[in-house]
Design a binder for this molecule. Structure first.
Ligand code: DP6
Length: 334
């Protein structure tokens, strides 16, 4: 082998039932199962080239050298692929995203799903989707779900072998739209990985985890029946439970801004008045407004007119991680 290259694309996902806290941080075995929708329109592309004789790895993000801590997390992940493939070569990696990272938009989910697929392909391994999901999980928990498109469930499992995601329903099953409301593009001070490690310091985490099987069943059933009222109730409750754990962790984690809270109130009030919309918030101030197909346009118009809203991205359900024939040449910064 002189060099081996592969390119993959993946999208972030929005958790309808959240992953927060690990039973095993090193293996990224989550405290509870989770359910998500993979988002169309937002995309991270990654190219991995293993070069014989190359010592370390190098990484560019949108054309710029990556910070040391990002490269180190990526190298740790590549080490897992190298071990599986019996490979020693260092890798040249480039990555490009069309959405802001580190703002609670699950950028690590898209990045580690694409990185896993590209690295496995470039290494010459051929792995089935379930194995890819397990491997992506080791890089970033939520990446296990971005391997698949549409509606996806990540089974918590008890060991590396049985903690993987699988599709619940394709995107066409229900034309839900996630309106991603950008309130801030600043990088959050506490990343999800550090946040997961604090979950157990909250006295509320045990109760959140104990009730997770009920919420997962409720969410599965609401999705199956395309019952928006039922889905909205469990999605908002689950998001509030996770943020209650964050707020009561030591030290406290507060991801909301005043605008976040204002939007939570506004969206809940719109639903009271008959609009099929609900909110869910990840580890950042930005708000995801999940809408039934017929309500999405009206909700987007209203959101855009609110003070503090920088941008509203319209994301229906999208595809899982996929291989590309080559790095797209047009407008390539890398
Ligand atoms: C709040 O998957 O980003 O978005 O495994 O440490 O990379 P790491 O964490 P990550 O955590 C996601 C947390 C969340 C909820 C969710 O997506 O389920």
């Amino acid at each position: 082998m002189a060099s081996q290259t592969a390119v993959a694309a993946a999208s972030p996902n929005i958790a309808l039932i959240k992953y927060w806290g690990n039973r095993d941080d090193a293996l990224r075995l989550p405290a509870n199962g989770s359910i998500s929708m993979t988002l169309a329109g937002l995309e991270t592309l990654i190219e991995v080239t293993f070069e014989e004789g190359r010592a370390g790895d190098s990484l560019t993000l949108n054309g710029r050298a990556a910070p040391e801590e990002v490269l180190s997390r990526v190298s740790q992940h590549l080490a897992r692929v190298r071990e599986l493939a019996g490979l020693r070569a260092g890798a040249r990696i480039r990555s490009r995203s069309n959405f802001p990272s580190g703002t609670g938009l699950a950028s690590s989910a898209a990045a580690f799903a694409a990185l896993t697929l590209a690295a496995v392909q470039a290494s010459g391994l051929r792995l089935e989707a379930r194995f890819l999901s397990r491997l992506a999980r080791r890089g970033s928990g939520s990446a296990s779900r971005s391997i698949f498109g549409g509606f996806v469930e990540w089974h918590a499992g008890k060991s590396d072998k049985d903690s993987f995601a699988e599709p619940l329903a394709p995107g066409e099953h229900w034309g839900l739209v996630d309106l991603v409301v950008i309130l801030s593009r600043r990088r959050k001070p506490t990343g999800s990985t550090e946040g997961h490690a604090l979950a157990a310091t909250s006295p509320l985490q045990a109760a959140r985890v104990a009730d997770a099987p009920r919420r997962l069943a409720e969410c599965r059933e609401a999705l199956r029946a395309r019952d928006f009222a039922r889905l909205a109730a469990v999605v908002e409750h689950d998001s509030n439970l996770m943020h209650a754990v964050m707020l009561t962790s030591r030290p406290t984690l507060l991801y909301w801004s005043p605008e976040t809270v204002r939007l939570m109130g506004a969206i809940a009030a719109w639903r009271e008045a008959g609009m099929e919309a609900c909110y869910t918030i990840d580890a950042g101030p930005n708000v995801h407004c999940l809408c039934a197909p017929q309500s999405a346009q009206r909700a987007a118009r209203r959101l855009q007119s609110l003070p503090g809203v920088l941008q509203v991205l319209r994301c229906p359900a999208g595809e899982g991680a996929r291989l590309l024939a080559a790095w797209p040449r047009l407008s390539s910064p890398g």
